[in-house]
Write a protein that binds this ligand. Structure first.
Ligand SMILES: *[C@@H]1O[C@H](CO)[C@@H](O)[C@H](O)[C@H]1NC(C)=O
Ligand SMILES: *[C@@H]1O[C@H](CO)[C@@H](O)[C@H](O)[C@H]1NC(C)=O
Length: 166
């Protein structure tokens, strides 16, 4: 009886830990490849091709910390506007932000990120440049959420969503 209960608890926590996702929502008609860079100790995640034909949900192993960037088909693979995530942040929180630190001129790929259910807080902007991204190493723009499922938009266009902060 005790064994069964703790085994169930183990399964439940394993599910909770492995449930982190980012869903990519493409707003324009450009096909892109999203490349993931895990910090040391984080699993390697294969690139995915995304377009507006479907939203693509990528699963992250628990504890994943790193970033991703998107490259339109036919263009050189180099990091640009970043989506940064820490799915194993302090107190189990998810830390995330859109960062222009590598290439602020990459203004039409990774756009906005927000927690799937609450849609708050939101990082990034529909049109760059804006002050809702991480620009400098000492910038305090990292957002936190108790959710582990995020949405990221790519490309130009409107989400039609009114975020509570912009
Ligand atoms: C992607 O998700 C958004 C937000 O839920 C939705 O409005 C949009 O219709 C979805 N796109 C596709 C192709 O399913
Ligand atoms: C991720 O969050 C953990 C817990 O707060 C922290 O120790 C770690 O430094 C964070 N990683 C990055 C890259 O910020």
């Amino acid at each position: 009886m005790h064994f069964a209960t703790s085994a169930l608890a183990l399964v439940a926590s394993a599910i909770a830990v492995s449930a982190s996702t980012v869903t990519f929502w493409t707003l324009d008609n450009v096909q892109r490849t999203v490349y993931f860079t895990g910090n040391p100790g984080s699993a390697q995640i294969n690139p995915v091709t995304v377009s507006n034909r479907a939203n693509t949900t990528v699963n992250f192993p628990g504890q994943w910390v790193g970033n991703f960037y998107a490259v339109p088909n036919g263009q050189a693979n180099k990091p640009g506007m970043l989506g940064e995530v820490n799915f194993s942040g302090w107190n189990g929180l998810t830390y995330f932000d859109v960062s222009a630190i590598v290439d602020p001129t990459d203004q039409n790929n990774v756009k906005q990120m927000w927690p799937k259910v609450s849609r708050n807080p939101m990082s990034g902007c529909q049109v760059f440049p804006c002050n809702n991204v991480y620009w400098l190493p000492d910038d305090v723009q990292t957002k936190t959420t108790t959710e582990s499922d995020l949405i990221t938009t790519l490309g130009s266009g409107s989400t039609g969503i009114t975020f509570t902060q912009n």
